[in-house]
Design a protein around this ligand. Sequence first.
Ligand code: ACO
Length: 341
Amino acid sequence: MKKTIIKGTGRYLPPRKVTNEDLTQWMDTSDEWIEQRTGIKQRYWVPEEGGVGTSDLALEASKIALDRAGWTPEDIDLIIFATLSPDIFFPGSGCLLQHKLGLETTPALDIRQQCTGFFYGMATADAYIKSGMANRVLLVGAEVHSTGLDLSTRGRDVTVIFGDGAGAACLEGVDTEKSIGILSSCLHAAGKYAEALMTEAPASRVNPRLTVEMFEQGRHFAKMDGKNVFKLAVKRLPEVSHEALDKAGVSLEEIDLVIPHQANMRINQFFQKTLGIAEEKMYHNIQWYGNTTAATIPIALDEALEKKIIGPGSTVLFAGLGAGLTWAATVYKFPENSISR
Ligand code: ACO
């Protein structure tokens, strides 16, 4: 039976480091507030003058992942691109990345599931691979948030948490009876909470899609009911994790590392306690990157592999919640003979 395994990973962060202190030049905030409430110390943003889009960050992460997988771009059967911040309104960033990789006709699709985009992407890749529609899938999660953030005090609750970045994974189908690769995927959505976290404009339901009034009201910036999202996250993350563990037939004790979506360090500390897993088994890197949305999971995965916290034979639980609302978890077991660094 076909199993979906990770052959290579890569990450890329743009070079402009923005510390909490740097943010105080634009808005009324403080290093102390941001670190205490979120755990974030700094994030990376694309150059202020523009010219770098989401697919540019994705290209850099993809090149590293392809190299580590031993693939050339021509080996890719399908590109799946997860982002809430596509380079342009349409076509999708997957198509732009496909061209930047020098490919002519390889199919490419975008996934607009925000913080769970990489989870939906893993499940989609797994389904394509198991159905025989593709055997080598390049899955990317990438975001450029910084060009869409309200730098005034009005937007400070949202602006301080987001960073730019990209992560990529090469996923391949292998024929084996062993219990390896993606062991389970659990995906959920609740559209009734769409307004708890959304960027409203430009909007096709409004004519024209962005009016001067909407622009002045800042309706093209993300709005978040942070407290509500926080409460839902600490409830849903343990719930979906147990669902994914049960589906995979894996116990919590068999998990070597939990890689949660990086939205807020406090959410993940609550999650760790409710789940009942040791502190050192919960991966955090939000301090350095902020919330890079669809990129948090592949960036953290790539880092954890590089630091050798996980490697051949490790079992990892991924879990996340974000705009939609959507929430998801995946259990993955690395084969014994692969992905060493
Ligand atoms: N600096 C200083 N003060 C601030 C800031 C800031 N950056 N932001 C808000 N404040 C103030 C508020 O104005 C408020 O002041 P008041 O008490 O005088 O009215 C006070 O701090 C408390 O504000 P809250 O919004 O209630 O702060 P909270 O403790 O809820 O923290 C936060 C806000 C960090 C956003 C938190 O709610 C959170 O992390 N929520 C979950 C985020 C999340 O998981 N999102 C999903 C993923 S993202 C995605 O899917 C795209």
